[in-house]
Ligand binder design. Structure first.
Ligand code: IMP
Length: 430
């Protein structure tokens, strides 16, 4: 049995929530390994809707262990709020079913403020972030001045750590002409939160290695998408973590061999929120129609998502940078009824044809899609549960995508309902 990593194969919002939930039913342990509460998953289980941002999806299912790894940036207030919200819905969250890495870095209110300040001040590149403080928290982690979860267990040494952090942040504040932060206020806030988050703290690397050795099935739940990866994405219009599958190991302290199967989630078209290049973006009524039919609004921020045709160049690249073994293709039904569907098969850049997304920001902004036109289908794919339920042209579309991206479709999702899924290959079988 293989441990499975699920990653978004585009710019996030591929419909990971449903697939992760579907897989988590078969898993013993569900692990988050990057990002923070910038993610947003909506799960519908037995008619009850759960909205998760920070907690791994497994947490709502009895008998599953949910783990937040060291690669996640943890907002302790957001954690407490999410736990409270879920408790009010009858989900019990205790040390028995939630563990958080002791070496995870914390997101503090000062990170949120700085994130928003940068987005609104006009002093830098506007990224269109979720304003959750993700970027500034990762900066402090890499800058070796972060407050980590374990620091809340040693309140005597916390003031010195806060001073070190503020030496950096208050210099920035002065630069923005803003009032400096008070170390005491930050200390008081963290000291108050400590007893509410420390019960979940653990040496996650050891716990997960023990689980792995005991033959437990581990599901690694990626957030965002591979094209938002800090190195492999559309830099600087990216998130501040590694979103590719390799991070699943680093982000919780396991070796790379712990990962057996990489499942990429891709929509049958493309969406993006925030700024940045998007070669197949549609600015016409087709884009509007896809957005309306697909209900393309962000779970976390409510922002309208930009929509466009499927970009096989990008997903092919993601298949390679994440080592994707199979794809879960979602939202095929949104394309029902189009006479013609376009798929991007290459780019034109400065008069040349290329088969990949170049790394430079300028070139990424200049590439023009080369489209292949595929005949659409008139029947419905919504709710299909077997290939026999699909119009022949819809199957052709899926087969062409497989060919173009160089990976097979392991799962096909045909509605938000968990059972409206065509299973070709169970990822846990490796
Ligand atoms: P940040 O992660 O809040 O710093 O935002 C950086 C970029 O990642 C922005 O373009 C966001 O819209 C995007 N982003 C962050 N989280 C998600 C997500 O869960 N889904 C889709 N896009 C996201």
């Amino acid at each position: 049995m293989a441990n499975v990593v699920v990653v978004g194969a585009q710019w996030g919002d591929e419909g990971k929530g449903k697939i992760v939930d579907w897989l988590s039913e078969q898993a013993d342990v569900v692990v988050r390994f990057q990002g923070g509460h910038n993610a947003g998953h909506t799960l519908v289980i037995d008619g009850e809707t759960y909205k998760l941002s920070l907690l791994p999806s497994g947490v709502v299912r009895p008998g599953k262990l949910a783990v937040i790894g060291n690669g996640v940036v943890l907002d302790p207030q957001a954690l407490v709020d999410e736990i409270e919200r879920l408790s009010a819905q009858g989900v019990s969250i205790t040390h028995d079913n939630l563990r958080i890495a002791d070496n995870a870095s914390l997101i503090l209110p000062l990170h949120r403020e700085l994130d928003a300040l940068r987005e609104t001040s006009g002093s830098g590149t506007k990224i269109g972030t979720t304003r959750r403080g993700i970027g500034p928290a990762y900066e402090d982690k890499v800058g070796r001045r972060a407050i980590r979860l374990m620091d809340l267990a040693d309140l005597d040494s916390l003031p010195a750590k806060i001073e070190r952090l503020l030496a950096h942040h208050n210099a920035l504040r002065r630069g923005f002409g803003l009032e400096e932060f008070s170390a005491t206020a930050i200390y008081d806030e963290l000291a108050a939160l400590a007893p509410r988050v420390l019960p979940y703290m653990d040496a996650v690397w050891r716990l997960l290695d023990d689980e792995r050795r005991a033959g437990k099935r581990i599901l690694f739940e990626g957030a965002q998408g591979a094209l938002l990866d800090i190195d492999h994405g559309t830099y600087p219009f990216v998130t501040s973590s590694h979103t590719v599958a390799g991070q699943a190991a680093t982000g919780c302290g396991l070796g790379p061999k712990a990962i057996g199967y990489v499942l990429g989630i891709a929509k049958a078209y493309t969406t993006r929120v925030g700024e940045g290049p998007f070669p197949t973006e549609l600015f016409d009524e087709t884009g509007e129609l896809i957005g309306q039919r697909g209900r393309e609004f962000g779970v976390v921020t409510g922002r309208k998502r930009r929509c466009g045709w499927f970009d096989a160049v990008l997903v092919r690249q993601t298949v390679r940078t994440s080592g994707i073994d199979g794809i879960a293709l979602t939202k095929l039904d949104i394309l029902d009824g189009f006479d013609t569907i376009k798929v991007c098969v290459g780019y034109r850049l400065d008069g040349r044809e290329i088969d990949h997304l170049p790394a430079s920001q300028g070139a990424q902004a200049r590439v023009e899609p080369i489209y292949e036109e595929i005949e659409g289908w008139s029947g419905s794919t919504a709710g299909a549960r077997s290939w026999a339920d699909l119009p022949a042209q819809a199957i052709k579309y899926v087969r062409r995508i497989e060919e173009l991206i160089g990976a097979p479709v392991a799962l096909l999702s045909t509605s938000p309902e968990r059972d409206d899924t065509i299973l070709v290959h169970n990822p846990f079988e490796g």
